[in-house]
Design a protein around this ligand. Structure first.
Ligand SMILES: NC(=O)c1ccc[n+]([C@@H]2O[C@H](COP(=O)([O-])OP(=O)(O)OC[C@H]3O[C@@H](n4cnc5c(N)ncnc54)[C@H](OP(=O)(O)O)[C@@H]3O)[C@@H](O)[C@H]2O)c1
Length: 247
């Protein structure tokens, strides 16, 4: 018996990286998983792998930058599975631009993908979860949401704001819905590869008591904690999953 048997989970950014690994973890625990991303080929691969392993999943193609496509994520989940129990707002886009160079178009896009999409989806699932008396919303922040060590003005600001969104949603959507955030450190994914992979974070590895980077399943198992009653008295929390780099 899985810990998410009978539950329906929406995971954005589930076509790659830690969202994909979380989808595998949730499906192994019995959840029906709605995979969300822009890349249909990768979405199909994730669904196929889950089904090969005896799980249940489906996908919906949506661009978090395009507000008009977001309603269909929840609508198609309801049409396919009838309800939503867990929302993992994990899709994210990296921008390294600094404040003097960034265009307002890039700023707006990062805010929409990394932050506003999470609010839009939370607004859409909250009435469903409230009506059932229970739900869990999990947001992906970053350790770039607790300091501006790397600059990257839009990314850093969006991830700091995700902390506030998490706390405000927790405050407003209780007692039925719990809302928490995972703040990953360096995790081996396509996003880390895009900035040079592990070689680019040697300094962080050295600062970490664990002396290594993290892996997607290590985010998935923390998301599982927030998704299940194991965290039934936990809401409004920001959990760094970073190997202890700043401890
Ligand atoms: N890796 C790290 O070290 C690290 C550290 C801290 C925080 N994070 C955060 O972790 C989350 C997941 O990132 P990752 O590291 O797993 O990177 P990743 O492998 O690049 O995955 C990013 C995911 O986000 C989706 N996505 C990006 N832009 C999108 C858009 N406009 N519309 C819909 N989906 C979009 C991508 O799907 P498609 O390509 O199919 O659209 C993909 O599934 C992000 O929020 C990121 O900021 C990562």
């Amino acid at each position: 018996m899985g810990r998410l048997d009978g539950k329906v989970a929406i995971i954005t950014g589930a076509t790659s990286g830690m969202g994909r690994d979380t989808a595998y973890v949730f499906a192994e625990e019995g959840a029906k998983v709605m995979i969300v991303g822009r890349n249909e080929e990768r979405a199909k691969e994730v669904v196929a792998k889950i089904k090969e392993n005896g799980g249940e999943a489906s996908y919906v193609i949506a661009d978090m930058a395009d507000r008009s496509t977001l309603d269909k994520i929840v609508d198609e989940t309801l049409a396919k599975y009838g309800t939503v129990d867990i929302l993992f707002n994990n899709a994210g886009l990296l921008s390294l631009a600094n404040s003097l160079d960034i265009t307002l178009e890039e700023w707006d896009k990062i805010m929409q993908v990394n932050l506003t999409s999470a609010l839009i989806l939370a607004k859409k699932v909250a009435p469903i979860m409230k009506a059932k008396g229970k739900g869990s919303i999990i947001n992906t922040g970053s350790i770039a949401g607790t300091s501006a060590r790397w600059g990257a003005v839009a990314y850093c600001t969006s991830k700091h704001a995700m902390n506030g969104l998490t706390k405000a949603l927790a405050r407003e959507l209780g007692p039925e819905i719990r809302v928490n955030a995972i703040l990953p450190g360096a995790i081996v994914t396509a996003m880390l590869d895009s900035v040079g992979g592990e070689a680019a974070v040697e300094g962080m590895k050295e600062m970490s008591p664990l002396k290594r980077v993290g892996h997607g399943r290590e985010i998935g198992t923390v998301a599982l904690f927030f998704a299940t009653d194991d965290s039934s008295f936990v809401t409004g929390q920001l959990l760094r999953v970073d190997g202890g780099v700043d401890c």
